[in-house]
Design a protein around this ligand. Sequence first.
Ligand code: HEC
Length: 194
Amino acid sequence: MQDEGYEHAHSSLIKTPRQLVVVIVLAFAVPVIGIILLTQFVTRSHRPDPAALASEAVAARIQPVARVEVGDASAESSVAKAAAPAPAGAAAAPAPAPPAVAAAPAAAAAGGDSEALLQKYGCLACHATDKKIVGPPYREVAAKYAGDKDAPSKLAQKVKAGGAGNWGQVPMPPNPQVPDNDLQAMIKFVLAQK
Ligand code: HEC
């Protein structure tokens, strides 16, 4: 009587030797199959695809974080064109009639436009003026290249092509989608930070 009660309290799902064998076999097979599938998954997804490393592919991949559209794209780039040649956007403003719409915001604040561009192209995801995020603070970039006449072209090149080595091992991804005039406006802004 006592024994029965004992057995009842500890009754198991495994009732027969056959079930026991099945359970033991599964206990080996399931993790082994799991590990095989996992290694397949990991090695397959990490196989380097040369096409995936092309600048265009990288740009497309980082698009969700590295590209923020602010307002109307066409208005934005004409603002950039107006702002790019000189910070004296105000001086250029009284020129021709058609760009009048774009000239107004350009005259408002040349620095503001460049900041909008940095926002638009996702630079601010990794850069701030005065603190390190992923990339160096723009203030330090400006200090490092102060007095370097080639800095604007060197940095434009670098931002376009991406790369590491000047600030550490973390690379900046390439930004091939940025038009040259927008790029120059942003570099100018970066180098003007104090
Ligand atoms: C994914 C993060 C990331 C994004 C997005 C990014 N950067 Fe960078 N940036 C970095 C890193 C990291 C470095 C440091 C590279 C090095 O060590 O040479 C850097 C360096 C720089 C430098 C200094 C380059 C040098 O050689 O001294 C400039 C200027 C710069 N970035 C501008 C930009 C601009 C403009 C954009 C937007 C078009 C941008 N960055 C977007 C991460 C980023």
